[in-house]
Design a protein around this ligand. Structure first.
Ligand code: FES
Ligand SMILES: [Fe+2]
Length: 311
């Protein structure tokens, strides 16, 4: 475990054991799946985490391996407001400190589990890969949770890296060639920030305000035919080449009847991308002039800071 400042690698050659992952906010689980009476386990960043709610209802995400003998804490219990290991009942509070050992032995100084900075947004529990977050959780352009009606879906395990899938958001050519969307326009430029990329497109047919957060979230506000819709595609690495995915869709609060149509559109886009993303052997190959925004994105990814989470 520790901060890794080296540049990330645009490569699939990393093994889980050596991997550092981008310092991003990652979706770990649906908020609705988190309970205060049982822990939830998730494969995450080449390791495993346990998610639960503390007595105050706050979402907690921690390394799942017990510091005693390495039992998986996600098969443990929540007891007395703490996460308890099934094996010998060491129990851990929401800060990761071992608060109790039933044998009465002195608690060893190193008896702690790593606690990820955690927040809830868009119906998801987000964990930041680092000791202290250096940005806010991902957002959807021009929207917040009070101004739109939204739905969130878990998409399950996928055979691709999140940062490869997110390149879709600035791959404007594939909208026409793969998705068959006519009259695709490109932004003149991307606004690249330390932990995100934004762009705006105004065409006679539509308006798009897109945002990449970290290297694992693409969100957009689209206005087409006078109607507004919102989408967020996000995921978390399980290990290099494998990830878990989530999807948020939204519409203005007074038009909830449009939600199923927007959800169907987002799922169709995902389903059309999936055969390509799950089988491609990514390389930053021969980019042409039309790929200039992709080139900007790949450079941003290459320079994105990493952190090696505890294994
Ligand atoms: S392995 Fe967890 S308490 Fe012994
Ligand atoms: Fe796509």
């Amino acid at each position: 475990m520790g901060v890794v400042t080296s540049k990330s690698r645009l490569s699939l050659q990393q093994t889980a054991a050596e991997a550092a992952y981008h310092r991003c906010w990652y979706p770990v689980a649906l908020s609705a799946a988190l309970a205060s009476d049982r822990p939830l386990g998730r494969d995450f960043l080449g390791s495993r985490v346990v998610a639960w709610r503390d007595p105050g209802g706050r979402a907690v995400v921690q390394t799942a391996w017990c510091p005693h003998l390495g039992a998986d804490l996600s098969v443990g219990q929540i007891a007395d407001g703490r996460l308890r290991c099934s094996y010998h009942h060491w129990s851990f509070d929401g800060s990761g400190r071992c608060a109790h050992i039933p044998s009465g032995d002195k608690v060893p100084a190193g008896a702690r589990i790593f606690t990820y900075p955690t927040q809830e947004a868009w119906g998801l529990v987000w964990a930041f890969n680092g000791e202290h977050p250096d940005c806010d959780p991902p957002r959807i352009p021009d929207a917040d949770e009070t101004t739109i009606a939204f739905e969130v879906r878990e998409r399950g395990r996928r055979s691709w890296d999140t940062w490869v899938a997110v390149s879709n958001g600035v791959d404007f050519q594939h909208l026409q060639t793969l998705h068959g969307i006519p009259r695709v326009s490109m932004p003149s430029e991307l606004q690249v920030e330390a932990s995100g990329i934004e762009f705006d497109i105004e065409s006679p047919y539509h308006r798009q305000h897109g945002r990449i957060s970290g290297t694992n979230v693409f969100a957009q506000h689209l206005r087409m035919g006078g109607a507004d819709l919102f989408m967020m595609f996000c995921g978390a690495p399980i290990e290099p080449g494998k990830s878990s995915g989530f999807l948020v869709v939204g519409v203005p609060k007074d038009q909830p009847e449009r939600l199923p149509g927007v959800l169907a559109m987002a799922e169709r886009l995902n389903d059309e991308d999936a055969p390509v993303l799950s089988s491609m052997r990514f390389r930053r190959g021969l980019l042409t002039a039309s790929d200039r925004h992709l080139a900007t994105y790949f450079k941003y990814v290459e320079n994105f800071p990493c952190f090696a989470p505890p294994q």
